[in-house]
Each structure stands twice: as structure tokens, then as C-alpha cells.
Write a protein that binds this ligand. Sequence first.
Ligand code: ZN
Length: 59
Amino acid sequence: MEVSENIACPFCGQTFALVVDTSAGLQRFTTDCEICCRPFEVTAECEPGEILSLDVQAG
Ligand SMILES: [Zn+2]
């Protein structure tokens, strides 16, 4: 189940919606900022249908 959540880019500070597959539990992946296009790391803790916590880190 996919849920979208707003996250703030660690580089430019702009927020944008990120879609997370919540069925995967705890996951870490790299995504590109939609505004400045720089890649950063996202750690998401999920339950099916719900994002419990979302953490971003500059790669
Ligand atoms: Zn950015």
C-alpha cells in the first residue's frame, strides 16, 4: 500500500510529496529532490497503510 507524505529536502529545504510503499516495514532508500534534483537518503518506518516516521539525510 502506497502512502504519500511531505518531506523536506536536506539541501534546498523545499518540501515535496514522497510516495512510500508502507508494506515494506522499515526501509532505507535514496530519492532525488524534485526541486534541486540532488539525491538524499530516506529512512521510513511504516506499518501497512501508515508512515510512522520519516527521516531524511543528505547523502
Ligand atoms: Zn532539494
